[in-house]
Design a binder for this molecule. Structure first.
Ligand code: PHE
Length: 456
């Protein structure tokens, strides 16, 4: 048995696609994307987002998968074995930290979605838009309850990856992803046929270019694209390391990016028409509670709405868990590569993440100083999202692009991806993107944003 086979492989190409799409599709698409669109001024954000996904992030997705498959290692080791005796392993270490940091707030939001299964099924959350919004703020302000929920999410995640990822993720993803897609399409149809929906569609699809006054919108779009595709922290390096040499990686990457983008766009077709059908709706004011305020209103207009609502939050919770699994897998694999027993690594990491989740839990109304932090004028959870998504992931992506494009070498990556006669359509274009376009574009956005923030 080859070393790679001993480490484990995806059962099939479709299994890999669904598992990687399972990592990519999550709260980022359904909770995060509409919220960012709301903050970023509507359609203009959508355009910038699509640009970031296809021009900047897709080449990096291919690069991460190539590096993972070629090295057959988790992020820190992947850099270390590809360029021994250089400090590049630090990029992997940054990714491991990002995994822990992101999981610490992600598990809190995943806890909300789990609770909303119950709230929608029982009809507890209902009434006027104010009552529905009020229900959300009262619920998230309950620190104890939310800590238990976050703990439950982390516990489930740990249990799954303790039991071996591949069987679990691959199997669950095959059923869940199609079910989620079908439900999203149904909800979008319902949203689009509500009275007043057209205002939402216009907001979502008609860019007002005059709205781009601030480079930070571009930074948010870039961060969202990285986050949504699970990029910039070595998650796709890890998943790539389980790929067999005969898989056509570029085509698979296209499927992953396509599915991820479809789900995000569909979420917008649900939230905005439904939101604008409610009088006095302000998408920019929604914040982390946006979908939790809008969706119950949508379910209330549907026959069997309790059922639809519960089904929706069940699928969203499952989509969240296929992402938390990949978030926890990265630091776990890193510790295992350092010689830790897998079990011990998972227990320790779960404890660390839970401790780090506490300030996020308490930042939604439970503790005033965390709910509106002086100086930044936002809650701790939102601050975490900005630090990791808008800064850590793009910086990680920048370093990965430089590493694969220049240090390891685009030609080596192309050779890896065309091994065994597999076609790599657009290989030359990819090389140009990864070597020049990605690094320059990311650097530009990061520098401009920093200048705007620090008043340069
Ligand atoms: N892509 C996931 C989502 O959109 C979040 C994630 C980010 C998962 C980074 C893994 C790594 O919900």
């Amino acid at each position: 048995m080859s070393a790679q086979a001993a480490r484990g492989n995806w059962g099939s190409r479709i299994g890999f696609i669904l598992a990687a799409a399972g990592s990519a599709v999550g709260l980022g698409n359904i909770w995060g994307f509409p919220m960012q669109v709301g903050k970023g001024g509507g359609a203009i954000f959508v355009v910038l987002y699509l640009f970031c996904v296809f021009v900047i992030c897709f080449p990096i997705l291919v690069a991460e998968l190539a590096l993972g498959r070629s090295s057959g290692k988790s992020p820190i080791e992947a850099f270390a074995v590809t360029k021994p005796n250089t400090p590049w392993w630090v990029v992997g270490a940054l990714g491991v930290m990002a995994g822990v940091g992101i999981l610490s707030f992600y598990s809190v939001i995943a806890g909300w979605t789990v609770a909303y299964i119950w709230f929608t099924a029982t009809g507890a959350v209902a009434g006027t838009p104010e009552q529905v919004a009020g229900y959300f703020s009262a619920f998230v302000a309950d620190g104890g309850k939310n800590l238990v929920l976050a703990f439950a999410v982390l516990g489930i995640t740990a249990a799954i990856i303790l039991g071996g990822v591949r069987e679990g993720i691959e199997r669950a993803s095959k059923v869940m992803m199609p079910a989620l897609l079908v439900l999203l399409v149904l909800l979008a149809i319902r949203g689009l046929t509500l009275p007043g929906a057209s205002a939402g569609v216009a907001y979502y699809l008609k860019p007002e270019w005059s709205e781009v006054t601030n480079i930070s919108v571009l930074n948010a779009a870039l961060g969202q694209a990285f986050f949504s595709l699970s990029l910039g922290m070595g998650c796709m390096i890890t998943y790539g390391s389980y790929l067999s040499k005969s898989t056509s990686v570029v085509g698979a990457a296209g499927w992953v990016a396509g599915l991820d983008t479809t789900v995000a766009l569909l979420a917008g077709f649900i939230i905005f028409p439904a939101g604008f059908s409610i009088a006095g709706f302000d998408p920019a004011a929604g914040g982390p509670g946006l979908i939790f305020a809008v969706l119950p209103q949508l379910f209330a207009t549907m026959p069997g709405g309790h059922l639809f609502g519960a089904a929706f939050f069940i699928l969203l919770s499952l989509a969240a868990v296929t992402s938390t699994i990949s978030l926890l897998e990265v630091p776990t694999a890193a510790l295992v590569d350092k010689g830790w027993p897998r079990k011990k690594a998972i227990y320790v990491l779960t404890g660390v993440v839970l401790a780090l989740a506490i300030p996020s839990v308490l930042s939604q109304g439970a503790v005033a100083g965390l709910s509106r932090m002086p100086g930044v004028e936002m809650d701790f959870l939102s601050l975490m999202a900005i630090v990791w998504n808008n800064w850590a992931l793009p910086i990680g992506g920048l370093l990965i692009a430089i590493f694969v494009g220049w240090v390891w070498g685009a030609d080596h990556a192309i050779a890896e991806l065309s091994a065994g006669g597999v076609a790599f359509p657009g290989a030359r274009l990819w090389a140009v993107l990864i070597k020049y376009v990605c690094p320059v574009a990311i650097l530009f956005i990061i520098i401009m944003t920093a200048r705007g923030m620090f008043g340069g």
